[in-house]
Design a protein around this ligand. Structure first.
Ligand code: NDP
Length: 215
């Protein structure tokens, strides 16, 4: 199987490429900076998901049939400093536009393989579970969920299935050391979800254990 994971130089993305390569998949990890970590079996491309030119270069280099695209790159800027309007723009650029641009760039390769798209959103993107707070992040992840469900409707005719996932509360720079689970545990669960994704379940919103979440 051939897979691409965005934002794979640390956190959940790094755990995903490590686990996928360990089981023998052909894996490309993307990192926006130089010097990604060495992971056996992983090919690296330098890509900022907000940059269409960089994504076009990725699509040109990785044009072979693509079985799995994981849109994992994300930011949480609610508690950072800086002008609020800038933080809104940056959050939406990465968490929403970045997903849409990545999918758009990789569609030809996905179509050839009748592949799968996994969007790493968050439980915090549920509009049913809306306890308040973290408006930037919640709104962006809700939009990513909405995007995934509409892509599922449109891409079914191409044989492409789309799943939207909550990875758990994970011990990463974003999730903090006090989070519930370690990245490898999240990655193992998510990969089982990706494997189970089909046209019959396309448009699903699940946690890393495969449990359905409210939209
Ligand atoms: P981290 O902050 O640990 O890692 C985020 C990754 O995204 C990094 O590789 C980062 O690259 C990359 N990234 C950010 N912006 C861009 C960009 N413009 N272009 C390319 N890559 C970018 O986060 P996690 O691993 O915890 O999160 C991964 C995904 O899971 C995110 O979508 C997040 O929202 C989601 N999630 C995480 C949860 C958690 O508890 N950790 C809970 C729910 C959802 P760089 O190193 O260059 O900054």
């Amino acid at each position: 199987m051939r897979a691409i994971v965005t934002g794979a130089n640390r956190g959940i993305g790094l755990a995903l490429v490590t686990a996928l390569a360990a089981r023998g998949d052909r894996v490309t990890g993307t990192a926006r900076g130089p010097n990604p970590p060495r992971v056996p079996g992983v090919t690296w491309r330098q890509v900022d998901v907000t940059d269409p030119t960089g994504l076009a270069a990725l699509a040109a280099k990785d044009s072979a049939p693509l079985d799995l695209l994981v849109c994992n790159a994300g930011v949480l800027l609610d508690r950072t400093t800086g002008p609020l309007a800038d933080r809104w723009a940056a959050t939406l650029a990465v968490n929403v536009t970045g997903v849409a641009l990545t999918v758009e760039a990789m569609l030809p390769a996905l179509r050839t393989a009748k592949g799968k798209i996994a969007i790493i959103s968050s439980k915090m993107g549920s509009s049913t579970l809306a306890p308040g707070g973290h408006y930037l992040y919640r709104a962006s992840k809700a939009a990513a969920l909405n995007l995934g469900r509409n892509l599922a409707a449109d891409l079914a005719r191409d044989g492409i299935s789309v799943g939207v996932y909550h990875p758990g509360w994970v011990q990463t720079d974003m999730g903090s050391a006090g989070a519930d689970i370690a990245p490898p545990e999240s990655a193992t669960g998510l990969i089982a979800c990706f494997d189970a994704l089909s046209l019959a379940t396309s448009g699903c919103f699940q946690n890393w254990e495969g449990e359905a979440l409210p939209f």
